[in-house]
Design a protein around this ligand. Sequence first.
Ligand SMILES: [Zn+2]
Length: 332
Amino acid sequence: MARKTWIDFAAVRDALSFHDVLTHYEIDHPTGTAQVKIHCPFHDDRTPSCSINLTGKKFNCFGCDAQGNLLDFIILMEGGDTDDHTARYAAAETAVGIMGRDLKEFGRASAPKSKTKAKVKAAPKSAPPADDTPAPPIANPLFEKELKLQFDHPFLAARDVTPEQAERFELGYCKAGLMRGRIAIRLHNRDGEALGYVGRYASEDIPDGTERYLFPKDFHKSLELWNLHRALTLEKRFLVVVEGYWSTIRLHDLGIPTAALMGSSVSPEQAELIRTVGIRHALLLLDGDDPGRKAAPAAAHVLSQHVYVRTLVLPEGEKPDSVPAKFLEPFL
Ligand SMILES: [Zn+2]
């Protein structure tokens, strides 16, 4: 199947004018000023209550509290949900259409790219020819089937994951099949396409010979970052990189773009992926325990090949999902 193109949402917003969006939707608006007020298209509005900053490309309605950036405006005009990655993607497509431009200008195809992008500078003539046959691209297979999950479970409650969060992050207790007795957590690629589930044994009392985490057969953990597709909807240029799922959920819901390594090591593919989706700064926030501290230098090194990295050391015994909120304030 043809894979979607990754879109740099911020670049789309930069290129598009709010004036053109309003014109596209045939919304009357004053011209000649940066700040305009219009009859709000999202509620029955008699007096113009929706304020738009045309240069800042933000809108804010005092009648219905609708607000956001240019893409949010398009999402709402199209009847979508601003938290929905697919809706944001569609809005970006609409935006690019309004500009009469090509989607490809705002991202790059996620198809395997050529191995050597950088120009090879004057290789010595005597050097043997470079190996031009790259290894076949590895991508995790898509897996659309949905498991029946129970969103409330003591294991989740103990990790401060509410049923509402469990449903939204597509995870829950599984009573049957291969994932029986586990918290099944939906995996996605960066485009938000479903890749199956990882199952966390739903107790700390794990029988001998039972894996704590059960990944799909043939799943390459090193190619993905859990929650990356949702983190991208927050449209930040930085990403907080943590070890696990519960930390990710907590930080994401504080509005901090976060993705999980599903472990404590960073693969070169994960580091490159972060760069590829437009992130320039990574904050490495591993668990405040021995494995986390030991893994941090190597993880930071791998990340630093692709993005600017800052490593934050958590107090002993703390994890991002348990650390006092005060510690997370600098990211907000
Ligand atoms: Zn309104």
